[in-house]
Design a protein around this ligand. Structure first.
Ligand code: SAH
Length: 296
């Protein structure tokens, strides 16, 4: 991937000011900016935030930015891949027009960092709705994973002409704000993630089929009495509130044996996904090299 293909620059300072304004970035905030590009957002952030940490992976742009902000105490520019960078401050927020090719890697990394308490991303609409779930889309494994900890909201819809070059996909500004009181407490977090991964990957078409192995016959009757949903409900049709309620009952009343059943489901699922991605990459490489040799 050529780094130039990851660049859709904004060109209106007025629009950038408006975006920062609707996100309430203020003088308490240390802001991490992913991919500052030519600095159109960076300059505006430096006016309202206490500090801007800007990380750029394009060497030429990085050199220009370093010169541009050499005398600006509020802006620190770093050269490198954002996926390998962690700000060395105790708390920060993120504001960025991200490189769209690494959207989910950016989201997974920064939504999992406890030092990041709010994040404003200019990103593609399609991945946004998969992370945000309802009311934009049905809930997904991803939305269920992050919803206990973050409020996610669509803040602004762009026109393609707001960017140069104009992107193909629909672009929005999305906010991810950490909940002060998360729905899943620290002591419940590991079990929540394991429960989530277990239920989503468990066999069965319906939500009922997927959770029933985790409760005794008596328990499942009571659980079902409390959630008041149809037994034919598919997992994609289950609301966050119902899912959370079932988890809380599992946390409180699940037997040790059943809790052991879900142990490490989350890390196993991630390992499995990484393996699939690797195979996929190798397959692409294989077909490319075939293509290459056939042309010789
Ligand atoms: N903020 C600018 C540029 C946005 S385009 C604007 O809004 O106009 C995305 C930017 O991310 C580009 O500058 C691109 O060079 C940079 N970029 C691409 N991949 C990156 C990576 N892995 N780490 C950091 N920056 C990256």
């Amino acid at each position: 991937m050529n780094i130039k293909d990851t660049q859709n620059f904004l060109h209106s300072t007025k629009l950038v000011k408006h975006l920062i304004d609707i996100c309430n970035v203020n003088s308490d905030d240390v802001v991490l900016e992913i991919g500052p590009g030519k600095g159109i957002i960076t300059t505006e952030l430096s006016i309202c935030a206490s500090k801007v940490i800007a990380v750029e992976f394009d060497k030429e742009l990085y050199i220009k930015l370093s010169k541009k902000y050499a005398n600006n105490d509020k802006v620190d520019v770093f050269y490198g891949d954002i996926l390998k960078f962690t700000p060395s401050v105790s708390n920060y927020c993120v504001f960025s027009n991200i490189p769209f090719n690494i959207t989910s890697k950016i989201l997974n990394k920064f939504l999992s960092d406890k030092k990041n308490d709010k994040m404003y991303l200019i990103m593609q609409y399609e991945p946004f709705i998969k992370y945000a779930g309802a009311p934009y889309y049905n809930e997904t494994l991803r939305s269920m994973l992050y919803k206990p900890f973050f409020d996610m909201e669509l803040k602004y819809k762009f026109n393609p002409s707001d960017f140069k070059p104009a992107p193909q996909a629909r672009i929005v500004l999305a906010s991810f704000e950490r909940k002060i009181f998360p729905d899943v407490k620290m002591e419940e977090e590991k079990l929540y993630k394991d429960f989530l991964a277990y239920v989503y990957t468990n066999k069965g078409e319906t939500f009922f089929a997927k959770i029933k192995t985790l409760f005794s016959d008596n328990q499942i009757k009571r659980v079902w009495g409390q959630v008041e949903i149809d037994k034919t409900t598919k997992i994609s049709e289950v609301s966050y509130e119902v899912f959370l309620k079932v988890f809380k009952l599992f946390f409180l009343y699940g037997t040790d044996k059943n809790k052991q059943l879900v142990t490490d489901s989350f890390s196993n699922m991630n390992k499995q996904n990484n393996k699939l991605q690797k195979n996929h990459r190798n397959m692409n490489r294989f077909s490319r090299s075939n293509h290459f040799s056939s042309r010789k």
